[in-house]
Design a protein around this ligand. Structure first.
Ligand code: FAD
Length: 304
């Protein structure tokens, strides 16, 4: 691997675009942390920042409030996530309309998981959109939006095989999706093989890798087992014994994520979506390592 040569190349940051994902805060304390994070990351001039939408629309108000505040108080371009869970078509269309009235032009369109949690059988609302593809079609009818959708390098756990999985992606693209953002993964060969399959299926939208800095390895490993992402043995080994050593854990996590991102750059990837978990430190460090520097105007605004 040539990370060290790459990381010294001064123009590398100019070729790379990033986006950051946040979740809507549940408490005042979490809200404060989110805004510190947003302000810290804003000067990095991401292409957009996205705000997730909770199961059963449980975070509908909080997602809307967060998106509104991003529009009002920052220079960032927000993308609102939307799911189909437990909502009629009319309700979903209504929420999309409210976001559009606020000035939102970007969405991340998802089917979502059942309110009981990942792994429970998904049952669409009797009058609802059945999957991400139907939601994309409905959004496309309402406006000329930029619509991101999900993609699964290790296939979605409900997909019986890759062909079924990529067929769903094709339906989303046919209905007007602009780009796909992947579920996080740790093995870049898996991502590369997936992109090859997608291209072989005649799909040419960007497949933006979703990168998850490992803030807490135990939590990430638990989540992986539920969402079908694989934890390679080498990753477990790197975090082994660091459960009670947060400082070393953070250093290792930023090295692991930077190594992954630099290797993807080497393979020709130029856009990255970071699952920030509403924390700035690791994402900021990784962006710095790939040559992304704070833009002066936004830095001054953030400091004011
Ligand atoms: P779809 O794209 O509709 O389907 C996913 C896969 O399931 C398909 O590939 C298909 O093969 C299979 N499938 C679907 N329907 C069927 C069927 N009837 N029969 C057989 N196979 C089927 N969740 C949230 O709740 N809120 C969020 O904000 C959120 N943001 C996300 C952002 C990203 C980038 C990603 C990757 C995921 C996100 N999720 C979010 C998680 C997502 O909701 C779950 O992974 C969910 O299980 C699938 O939603 P989807 O839009 O990917 O589904």
């Amino acid at each position: 691997m040539n990370q060290f040569r790459l990381s010294r190349r001064p123009d590398i940051g100019d070729r790379i675009g990033v986006s950051f994902e946040f979740f809507p805060p549940k408490s005042d304390e979490m809200e404060e942390r989110l805004w510190e994070t947003v302000k810290r990351l804003e000067p990095l001039a991401p292409r957009f920042v996205s705000v997730t939408y909770g199961a059963g629309g449980s975070t509908r108000e909080r997602t809307a409030r967060t998106v509104k505040r991003i529009l009002a108080e920052t220079s960032l371009t927000p993308a609102a996530h939307m799911t189909c869970v437990d909502a009629s078509r009319g309700e979903v269309d209504g929420v999309v309309g409210e976001f559009a009235e606020m000035g939102v032009r970007r969405f991340v369109a998802l089917r979502g998981d059942p309110a009981e949690g990942v792994g429970a059988a998904y049952r669409p609302h009797t009058d609802g959109y059945a999957n991400g593809a139907e939601l994309v079609a409905a959004m496309r009818k309402k406006g000329d939006f930029d619509i991101s959708v999900s993609a699964y390098p290790e296939k979605h756990p409900e997909s019986p095989d890759f062909a079924t999985d990529i067929d769903m992606l094709k339906r989303k693209v046919d209905n007007g999706a602009t780009r796909a953002i992947t579920q996080f993964f740790f093995d870049n060969d898996v991502y590369e093989r997936y992109v090859e399959r997608v291209r072989r299926a005649g799909l040419y939208i960007p497949i933006v890798p979703g990168v998850l800095p490992v803030h807490n390895f135990t939590q990430v490993a638990n989540f992986c087992s539920r969402c079908g992402a694989h934890v390679p043995a080498w990753l477990a080994e790197r975090f082994d014994g660091l459960e009670r050593d947060p400082q070393t854990h953070a250093l290792v996590a930023s090295a692991v994520a930077a190594e992954q991102v630099l290797d993807l750059v080497e393979r020709g990837v130029s856009d990255f979506h970071f699952y920030t978990m509403n924390r700035a430190d690791l994402v900021f460090a990784i962006c710095h390592m790939i040559g992304i520097r704070a833009q002066a105007a936004a830095s001054e605004a953030a400091a004011a």
